[in-house]
Design a protein around this ligand. Structure first.
Ligand SMILES: Cc1ncc(COP(=O)(O)O)c(C=O)c1O
Length: 381
């Protein structure tokens, strides 16, 4: 008899992918969170050249020293003493998250996770033998958690709290005061603070507020070049912690997960960081225009209300159609030629919401919004 592990049996495919697989070719795609841009040309050239130069072998687990030093330098405005030893290159943010949970979670330990959440967080904790406990990020609070909600959930089994700002799926973000309160909560409860900041350079209206260098060093940051340099398919990111002991453990996990990252690609990323450092900001300017367009359209529709996100490239509007849940609405939209994600793909707290990724051109956004407007009007009538 074929038998799989309880771990594997307990994990379901994500709702985002399920919708994606059902979409027809002519659907307007607000589904997947990946930039419709290409990586900078100089990075592609550097990648090709590095392969031609023979950089096709295993490399050190923590990654290319020059790249690690460069990344540490990029964070000197938060902690001036960081150096390459505080950085471990990974094969994506996804890989980085798994390393962290492998390093800190014992069977039965709890990790506090935001809800709505990036769909990989809870299964990752489960894979590592832990238990996710969910804290709410509510629409009425701009998707920022309240300290009293966190206090209600934390218990003696809780070892870590994960914050994700700017957030996928909500586009929510913190100001400095909110960040400081959240850091204080982690300190008071002696928790590992995991900060997923993969959208740090896709921010609008005000500069990114990092949890790094906010006075609490029992912290690890998850980072990725997927979103900021449009390298989703390359699979490269990094872990950064001010705690040297933690870096040793994380690097050990990285070895057993993938041995090392891709050598040629690391040279390409270094080239992009050195020669085209403002590439993310150029992309971000376009995302901001799209954000304004999609928020204006959605907020003009009856029964729909959304916050204007201050980061990432998602809107997470409340969409109310009497008698229908978010999955049913998303399926009706799919029939009407629009792919978006039901809020429940990001946890039960996402009920009543849809997620739209504005990672398509302005014309397609307008076309998609026309369709959304028509379908919702029909459903309401
Ligand atoms: C919040 C968040 N963290 C991490 C990741 C992982 O990104 P990647 O594995 O492409 O680096 C994503 C991707 O969508 C994300 O939205």
């Amino acid at each position: 008899m074929v038998r799989f592990s309880d771990r594997s049996n307990s994990i379901r495919p994500t709702g985002v992918r399920r919708m994606f697989d059902m979409a027809g070719d002519d659907a307007v795609q607000f589904g997947l969170g990946e930039p419709d841009f290409q990586p900078p040309d100089i990075a592609i050239e550097a990648f090709t050249n590095a392969m031609r130069d023979g950089r096709n072998k295993y490399t050190t687990t923590a990654g290319l020293p020059e790249l690690r030093e460069k990344i540490a330098e990029m964070w000197h405005h938060r902690i001036p003493t960081l150096d390459g030893s505080n950085v471990c290159i990974t094969m994506s943010g996804t890989n980085a998250l798994l390393d962290i949970f492998l390093a800190i979670v014992n069977p039965g330990d709890k990790v506090m996770i935001p809800e709505p959440y990036f769909p990989l967080y809870p299964p990752d904790v489960v894979i590592c033998g832990g238990e996710p406990s969910f804290y709410p990020c509510k629409f009425e609070n701009g998707f920022v958690p309240s300290i009293s909600d966190l206090q209600d959930i934390v218990d003696e089994k809780t070892v870590a709290i994960l914050y994700n700002f700017p957030s996928n799926p909500t586009g929510g973000n913190v100001n400095e005061e909110q960040r400081d309160e959240l850091v204080e909560f982690a300190r008071e409860n002696d928790l590992w603070l995991i900060t997923d900041e993969v959208y740090d350079r896709i921010v609008y209206d005000s500069p990114h507020v990092s949890f790094l260098g906010a006075g609490y060093d029992k912290l690890v940051m998850v980072q990725s070049f997927s979103k900021t340099f449009a390298m989703t398919g390359w699979r490269i990111g990094y872990l950064l912690s001010p705690d040297p002991e933690f870096m040793v453990e994380l690097t050990k996990m990285q070895y057993y997960v993938t041995a090392c990252s891709n050598d040629a690609m690391q040279h390409a990323v270094l080239e992009a960081l050195e020669k085209y450092p403002n590439y993310p900001e150029e992309m971000c300017a376009e995302f901001q225009t799209r954000r304004d367009l999609i928020c204006e359209r959605l907020n003009s529709m009856p029964g729909v209300s959304c916050h204007t996100p201050t980061g990432a490239f998602y809107v997470f509007p409340k969409v109310e159609i009497p008698g229908m849940n978010s999955e049913e609405i998303a399926l009706k939209l799919l029939e009407g030629g629009v792919l978006c994600s039901p809020g429940t793909a990001f946890g039960d707290a996402g009920e009543g919401h849809l997620r739209f990724a504005y990672t398509i051109g302005r014309e397609d956004i307008s076309k998609g919004m026309d369709r959304v407007e028509r379908v919702l009007r029909e459903l309401r009538s």
